[in-house]
Structure formats: C-alpha cells, structure tokens
Write a protein that binds this ligand. Structure first.
Ligand code: ATP
Length: 360
C-alpha cells in the first residue's frame, strides 16, 4: 500500500513553476528521499505534503485519503526542519510532549510516551534540561523525538542534518535510519547531499527544475542513470560522446573517439533503443590510473594517458587525466603514494562497469 501518493502535482508561484506535473507513490514504511540541487522544488514538494502550501493542480493522498483540503494539524504528520525550532522556554520533556497535549492522551500516557521517545533517540536523561543546555546534535534528536512521539502517519524531514558538522552528520544519519527502521514510519527526506541520499534511502527521487529526473533504489539510480543530469549530479562521471553501432539483448556496442569499440551491458543502457548518437558514462572511481609497467588485469581496457593534476584526499586521490582530446577524472584509492602531475600512466576500466545513454 502507498502511504503517500502525489498525482500530477503542479505548484506555481506567479510565473515560477516550482513543481511541474509530479507523480509518485511512497510505499508504506519506506524511506524516500527527494534529492536535487538548490531550487529544484524539493522543499516545495515536502511543504505541499505537510499542508504548509496548497498545490496549484493535482491530488495528494495519505493512506488513500485525499488530503488537499485537510489542514496541517489534522494530517497526523511529524515534521523536522533544518533549524530545530524547539521552544527555548520549555524543558526538553515539555517540548517532546507538545504535540500530545492537543490529542486526548492522559497525563500518565504522555509521560510514558515522552520517556519512550527520549529513549529511542538515546537521550533518556535530558528531560528536565532546556534546549540551550544541549548540543546541536542533541537538539536535533529532541526535534526528532517530538516529531515521532505522536506516532505520525508520515515523517517529513527537510535537510534535518545540514546544520550539523561533518562527523556528527554522518553519525546522525546512521542514527536517523536506525530510528526509522525501528518504528517503521514512512519517511520523506529532503536533501541536496547525495551521500546522505545514497546512504539512507530505500527509494530516491532525483529532481531538477521542478521535474522528476529519475526514481529508483539508490544503487539502481547510481549505476544506471536515466539522464546526463543524474549521471553528473550523483557521484563524479566522465561522459564521452560517440555512436551506438549496434545492440542486442546482451549488450550495446558503442564507438567512442579516442577509445574505439566498447560493449556495455544491455541492462546498463536501458534507454538506448536504436543505433545513433550515444554517450558512455564512466564513473570516476571505475577509471584506474596505473603504472606503465604494471600488467593490465583481464577484462580491462588499457589506454595510454597522463596525469594533469592531482587532488590529494588522504586515502584517495582525484586525478585529472588526459586521454587523447579528453580530460577525464579518476578517483582512486592510494596504496603507496599518489602519482604526480606530468607522469604518464595507463588508464584502465572495464566496459561492464560503464553505463550508456542515448543522445548527442
Ligand atoms: P533548496 O535546496 O535551496 O531549499 P529546493 O529544491 O527545496 O531548494 P524550493 O524551495 O522548493 O527548492 O524552490 C523551488 C522554486 O520555487 C525556486 O525557484 C524558488 O525560488 C521558488 N519558490 C519557492 N518558494 C517560493 C515562494 N514562496 N514564492 C515564490 N517563489 C518560490
């Protein structure tokens, strides 16, 4: 069953169309992420589900009930935003209890639900403190406890981790996923951070300019991007223009200037249906710079290249590589020490690690 469905949703602000004919189903209990660059319409979509904005066109249903005209306080939703929005003059326990006050819940039940929610976010002993006496990460956990204590039908999270520093963010995303799993609440998460989206989601919706570019499981979207936009937005991709010279049930044969003939698995090129202009998508982490005297492993193409620039990243290096007329990027783990600028190398990758897209 779908917990939330959007059907042909349009949102216009004057001349600006922020969301353009968006349809999606969010399965019950799943974690769905709206991912895309700033201004693509993620927050607008979330706010329409929340009831903070009215759609210009289209229908929104929650648990199969059309809710376009149901006001926010009657939607039974949990909301967490980037700024924790805790009440500064209320204690943590009062903050968490806030949403329960307006429901017919007895005082004893409120106490036990608040206790359970604080335990779930692993802050069982801070009920008597004030928000200012907690760290940013702890405040965000309390905001989460406040959102889930009401047992919402849907949890809506708008960039909830973006105010936290990098290490805390990574801890919190594991924590958030654990909590979501434990209570099984359907969750819609908005972020522009691809690593967060890949790590946390059951289903990813990549958006651009108010439209859905691609929907799918993280691995599916990462490995088989449906457009150049998705290939470039998620991870680092080299995109090489060429021609599709033939296709069958097993593979797609491409001719790429500077590389030659290359066979990409059919399932990595589902959008190519005929011969003609096509593009090879080669992920930077799949393009290996290797020493000239090292043997090429089986199944790898082996081409002459050069290191143009090195972006040292600790355990890995991002190389800017020259292959004929193209500059490519390779992100490689460093075994010993990185290559230096100006060195000639062998450039290696497996055709089966590539994807292909139709078009110029
Ligand atoms: P960000 O990551 O920066 O929050 P976003 O993907 O969430 O971006 P939205 O906030 O949904 O994007 O905005 C989508 C588009 O709608 C943008 O062009 C934005 O300027 C416009 N927009 C959003 N809210 C309003 C508003 N209240 N009035 C006019 N235009 C708006």
């Amino acid at each position: 069953m779908s917990a939330v469905s959007l059907t042909n949703i349009v949102k216009r602000f004057g001349d600006v169309t922020a969301v353009h004919r968006m349809s999606m189903d969010i399965p019950d209990g799943s974690f769905l992420t709206l991912l895309g660059p700033s201004g693509c319409g993620k927050t607008t979509t979330l706010r329409m589900i929340a009831g903070l904005l009215d759609p210009t066109e289209g229908d929104i249903t929650i648990k199969e009930k059309r809710i376009n005209d149901v006001p926010i306080h009657k939607r039974n939703l949990g909301l967490v935003f980037q700024n924790y929005a805790l009440f500064p003059h209320k204690t943590v326990a009062e903050n968490v209890a806030f949403g329960l006050k307006y429901r017919s819940v007895s005082k004893a039940d409120i106490e036990s639900k608040v206790r359970d929610a604080l335990e779930l976010v692993q802050l069982p002993h801070v009920g008597d403190r004030y928000p200012r006496e907690l760290s940013g990460g702890q405040q965000q956990r309390i905001a989460l406890a406040r959102a889930i204590v009401i047992e919402p039908d849907v949890l809506l999270l708008d960039e909830p981790l973006s105010a936290l520093d990098a290490n805390l963010r990574e801890d919190m995303r594991v924590e958030l996923k654990r909590i979501q799993h434990q209570i099984g609440v359907t969750t819609v998460f908005v972020t522009h951070d691809q690593s967060e989206a890949l790590a946390m989601s059951d289903k990813l919706v990549v958006m651009s300019n108010g439209k859905v570019e691609q929907t799918g499981a993280p691995e599916e979207v990462y490995n088989t991007p449906a457009s150049e936009f998705v290939a470039r937005f998620l991870g680092t991709s080299n995109i090489l223009a060429g021609t599709c010279k033939g296709l069958d049930a097993k593979e797609v044969s491409l001719d790429i200037p500077g590389i030659g003939q290359i066979q990409v698995p059919r399932e990595r090129a589902p959008h190519i249906s005929q011969e003609g202009p096509a593009k090879l998508v080669l992920r930077a982490e799949k393009l290996i710079a290797a020493a000239n005297d090292s043997p090429a492993p089986d199944g790898f193409l082996d081409l002459p290249g050069a290191i143009e620039a090195v972006d040292y990243q600790g355990q890995a290096a991002r190389y800017f590589l020259r292959l004929g007329n193209e500059q490519l990027q390779g992100i490689n783990m460093i075994d010993d020490h990185p290559f230096n600028e100006g060195e000639t190398v062998r450039l290696r990758f497996r055709p089966r690690d590539c994807a292909a897209l139709p078009g110029q």
